[in-house]
Design a protein around this ligand. Structure first.
Ligand code: SF4
Ligand code: SF4
Length: 238
């Protein structure tokens, strides 16, 4: 049980102690010198889940040696298995071997969804790049005047995987369901951090027939001369 001093008494008249004598220029109060200073001690409160240590455990060093023996034993056992051709603690030799048993909810690699014609669903709105906390998404947009509904499209879409934190906020922010994260691992092995950029070509691996992205609205039909009058009449009859 740890014992301590709670609220050491402040020096008051009639109470003496060594503190008074140690302070330079301190004058002991009148009548002081005979009564011993009163020290209040208390026993620390014991909580319901506190472990009770044995004397052996309190001695500290035996427990340290016991821990070292367990760690060394496991290390030597695994090293022996590894030297003799068995696996030991090493389960996957990454990057030569890759696991394929990720949970479906694992968010490991970005993909860009596509329209039925294979073009990216992305409209280069930059929402994902804006919300990204690590600022690792770079988008360059192009312009297609033949698609007035969504004239912008990505020419370059890259993510720096050396700084991505795999938070998934880009996926959440996308208004077009154009970017997703799937249960895969990106190839992050390189001795150069500039090789860790994932490009648009690498992300356009998703195919619409595998899963359905948010429906993309059809291109509007250009108006012909007289159409506005005809449509106005049709809408007025409804
Ligand atoms: S997962 Fe997070 S850090 Fe990575 S690109 Fe998306 S928003 Fe940025
Ligand atoms: S992926 Fe989504 S959020 Fe990012 S630019 Fe494309 S449409 Fe916008």
């Amino acid at each position: 049980m740890i014992r301590g001093i709670k609220n050491p008494p402040t020096p008051t008249a009639g109470v003496t102690g060594p503190a008074f004598g140690n302070q330079p220029g301190a004058v002991p109060p009148a009548g002081a010198g005979s009564a011993p200073r009163k020290v209040v001690r208390y026993e620390r409160k014991q909580y319901w889940n506190e472990p009770t240590m044995t004397l052996w455990e309190r001695a500290y060093l035996p427990e340290i040696l016991k821990g070292l023996a367990i760690t060394s034993g496991i290390f030597l056992r695994n090293m022996f298995k590894w030297i003799t051709g068995r696996r030991g603690a090493v389960t996957t030799y990454y990057p030569e071997e890759k696991r394929g048993d990720f949970a479906p909810r694992n968010r490991g690699k970005h993909i860009l969804t596509q329209r039925p014609d294979g073009s990216p669903q992305c409209i280069a709105c930059n929402m994902c790049a804006t919300v990204c906390p690590a600022k690792v998404i770079e988008i360059e947009s192009g312009f297609d005047p033949d698609d007035p509904a969504h004239p912008k499209f990505p020419v370059r879409f890259e993510i720096d995987y050396s700084r991505c934190v795999f938070c998934g906020m880009c996926v959440e922010a996308c208004p077009e369901d154009a970017i997703r994260m799937q249960e895969d691992v990106p190839n992050l092995v390189s001795d150069d951090r500039y090789n860790m950029w994932i490009t648009m070509d690498e992300m356009l691996t998703w195919r619409p027939e595998k899963d359905v992205a948010k429906p993309y609205p059809p291109k509007p039909v250009p108006l012909q001369l007289g159409d506005s009058v005809k449509r106005g009449r049709e809408s007025s009859t409804h």
